[in-house]
Ligand binder design. Structure first.
Ligand SMILES: Cc1ncc(COP(=O)(O)O)c(C=O)c1O
Length: 387
């Protein structure tokens, strides 16, 4: 079966967060303007027509679907009893922060990075420590020297790690992961590896699960993931984490239990099982389409916006654009885009100070919308540039 990712689907007046501003083309928050896997919609329709929505167990097939997925997609052996279901990656990360730290502890993040990492630390009893990525001519690397130095502080207890990285689009190599892992083990820093984007990795790159590096790394980490980015299910709120470290599992579960966050809704359960069991073919088509969108964008920028640097996209559908040449704060650019062109992008400052010369553009939309978005970006860019 082929899938029509070109189909324009009206999402206005559906309560969509992304489409919440009238008459604005939204290319910001990380969800897609595509219908999910047809089999998922069929399963949810069947569930809806049953008409009874009482409390629901998370069945063994939920855990089987996750273990099978990681085995076939990422060559990783996960055991069913290492997995805990949660209504989101961020609630699970927040619970892990609470479970594994005490007041005054410190947590490392690697900006520019997913903005909710900052919020999670801010809302906890911990202090934020920034290990900025190194940026050199369009390339992002880990600053290992700085990481080693910061991890050596005995108050540092956790690394919140985006693997692959949002918004830099990097897929970390095995060598990079090993180096991070060694530093963290050496200094007793637990790695919370957020692998929510691990399925959206393009050809030529391979996602390496942090926990696959070896026993010591596995015991010093927790992996968080979800089918939500992969299959566009974010509104269903389904996620999970796994670790073979029983003590970590127990402590995080205690926090989730304390906050009554251990039960999933029935649509969430069905959507995970069916997407992981039936969604592979759809996912491969999606990745091809997204990559073609990315190529369209790079060609367009090369011709029409040569001063704007497109950061190579190894993973995710979130393109990171270097606007240093404009010499304006990122929020000034996004405010102007919104006001003059009715185009909604994320300002890089959202992802930390290190992101302030950047914009983040979500290209998970039909090509027609991408083309329109790029035209609007070009218009405003030129308006600023020619001043
Ligand atoms: C790195 C990362 N982690 C977590 C999330 C959100 O996960 P959830 O909606 O399951 O809380 C996102 C969403 O964009 C993300 O990019």
């Amino acid at each position: 079966m082929e899938y029509n990712f070109d189909e324009l689907i009206d999402r206005t007046n559906t309560g969509s967060v992304k489409w919440s501003k009238p008459d604005v083309l939204p290319m910001w928050v990380a969800d897609m303007d595509f219908k999910t896997v047809p089999e998922v919609t069929e399963a949810l329709t069947r569930r809806a027509s049953h008409g009874i929505f009482g409390y629901c167990e998370t069945p063994p097939s939920f855990y089987d679907a996750i273990t099978n997925w990681w085995k076939k997609r990422h060559a990783l052996q996960v055991e069913n009893d290492w997995i805990i279901a949660t209504p989101g990656v961020m609630p699970a990360l927040a619970a892990a922060v609470e479970a594994l730290t005490s007041k005054g502890d410190k947590i490392i993040v690697q900006p520019p990075v997913y903005n909710h990492f900052f919020l999670t630390v801010k809302q906890s009893h911990c202090e934020l420590v920034e290990n900025n990525l190194l940026y050199d001519n369009g390339n992002y690397q880990i600053d290992f020297e700085d990481l080693e130095q910061k991890a050596a502080d005995p108050a540092v207890k956790l690394l919140l790690f985006s693997n692959p990285h949002n918004p830099a689009g990097r897929v970390w190599t095995k060598e990079e992961l090993q180096q991070i892992g060694e530093i963290c083990i050496r200094h007793g820093v637990v790695v919370l590896s957020d692998e929510i984007h691990s399925d959206l990795v393009y050809d030529d790159f391979t996602h390496v699960p942090f926990t696959s590096l070896g026993e010591a790394y596995a015991r010093n980490s927790i992996t968080f993931s979800s089918p939500s980015k992969t299959f566009n299910l974010a509104g269903l709120q389904v996620a999970y984490f796994f670790t073979e470290n029983e003590a970590f599992r127990k402590r995080v579960k205690e926090i989730l239990t304390k906050w009554e966050m251990t039960m999933l809704n029935i649509f969430a359960i069905d959507s995970l099982i069916v997407s992981y069991e039936k969604g592979e073919h759809w996912l491969e088509s999606l990745k091809r389409y997204l990559h073609e969108n990315y190529c369209y964008l790079t060609d367009f920028c090369h011709v029409h916006l040569p001063e704007l640097k497109v950061i190579p996209l190894q993973s995710t559908y979130l393109v990171w654009l270097d606007c240093t040449a404009l010499g304006l704060p990122s929020s000034t650019i996004t405010d102007r885009l919104l006001e003059h062109e009715h185009l909604w992008l994320n300002p890089g400052i959202k992802f930390g100070q290190a992101g302030d010369q950047f914009l983040r553009m979500n290209i998970a939309c039909p090509r027609e919308l991408l083309k329109e978005g790029l035209k609007r970006l070009e218009k405003e860019y030129k308006r600023i540039w020619n001043k």
